[in-house]
Write a protein that binds this ligand. Structure first.
Ligand code: SAM
Length: 331
């Protein structure tokens, strides 16, 4: 792992993914590790982003020693959890994957072509005309797909990339929140640079545009040299109820069942799975040997409301040891 080594925090950007053999090496020092102490590190806004669950996942990983060498997010979306784990050194390496070609292109370019994306972002006027243009655009190159993802994610209601969601501020732009209110370029540049730094130091090893099954297959082919405790997979699939509205690549109920079958048989990696707590998913994992289900309450503020409400996330895992504070949450 040459680019990540050495004591100088200034290093060349990494233009290509790392290889499976690099998973054995320690990553180099980050240019600005304090950046990852803040709670919002992702350049993408994501419906259902798992910021509140991330500390629970972190504690689960810390409770099981040694930590995994590789942490993989096959439904990465805004990649909140993987960025946190890699940026804070909870795990050495991460791989991001998503079936949505725009999302996967975004992470690939943000990681391995960071300067280009920062330049393109600064050159982009954040206007309603450009929103209409990007909405209709069918980019072929990875760079343009990445820019389409970033632009629409930061300017569309709830960060939704596909479907019928409109621009922030509406077509009339009459609201105090205009189309560019979530497009602070200086802040986005800092977040993009942090992603580039994770890749340059060998923390982000690779980014894959694959369906979750293909991600599993590729992991089993390329990372077969890792043992059970060296590989952890965190899965945050589209929600059972809301998914068809939020994501282009959403899940039907047979896919939730297929995922449950696959995970019930997984003997060569650790996994953690999160959902909005609901009876269908509770039942799917109810009698799987070696699997623990936890119901984790979290506070949130619903869009358009000032009131804080509480709802629960379901976390399912085959990790054997639970942190003490999670034991009362087992169902
Ligand atoms: C709930 S979001 C993930 C949010 C993410 N954990 C975060 O914190 O931002 C689900 C993601 O799964 C992706 N997805 C949907 N179907 C998929 C599939 N079959 N394989 C892989 N990814 C898929 C969607 O494109 C979306 O980005």
């Amino acid at each position: 792992m040459v680019a990540g080594g050495g004591s100088s925090p200034q290093r060349a950007a990494r233009r290509t993914p790392w290889t499976p053999a690099d998973v054995r090496d320690k990553p180099g020092p980050l240019t600005d590790s304090r950046f990852f102490e803040q709670s919002v590190v992702s350049p993408l806004r994501y419906p259902g982003a798992k910021r509140q669950l991330t500390p629970v996942i972190e504690n689960m990983i810390r409770a099981n020693v040694p930590p995994p060498r590789l942490f993989v997010e096959p439904f990465c979306g805004g990649a909140t959890t993987a960025l946190h784990m890699a940026g804070r050194g909870i795990v050495d390496h991460v791989i991001l994957a998503d079936a949505d070609p725009l999302v996967a292109a975004f992470w690939y370019v943000a990681a391995f072509d960071t300067s280009w994306l920062i330049g393109a972002m600064h050159a982009e006027p954040v206007t309603l005309d450009r929103w209409d243009w990007w909405r209709l655009a069918e980019p072929r190159s990875r760079r343009d797909k990445a820019m389409k993802c970033l632009f629409l994610n930061r300017t569309t209601f709830s960060g939704i990339l596909h479907g019928r969601a409109g621009p922030i501020g509406g077509r009339a732009q009459a609201s105090p929140y205009k189309i560019d209110c979530r497009f602070g370029k200086a802040g986005l540049e800092r977040r993009l640079k942090a992603v580039g730094d994770l890749a340059a130091t060998g923390r982000i090893l690779d980014v894959w545009n694959l369906d979750w099954r293909e991600t599993f297959q590729r992991l089993m082919q390329e990372y077969a040299h890792l043992s059970l405790d060296e590989l952890a997979v965190y899965l945050d699939p589209p929600y059972v109820e809301k998914a068809p509205y939020l994501y282009e690549w959403s899940f039907e109920s047979d896919q939730h069942e297929a995922l449950a079958r696959e995970l019930a048989q997984a003997t060569n990696f650790r996994w953690l799975l999160s959902y909005d707590d609901n009876e269908t998913i509770r039942t799917l994992y109810a009698h799987v040997p070696g699997v623990t289900r936890l119901s984790i309450p979290h506070r949130y503020t619903a869009a358009g409301s000032e009131k804080r409400s509480v709802r629960s996330e379901l976390l399912v895992t085959n990790y054997p040891d639970l942190p003490p504070e999670s034991r009362s949450q087992v169902i």
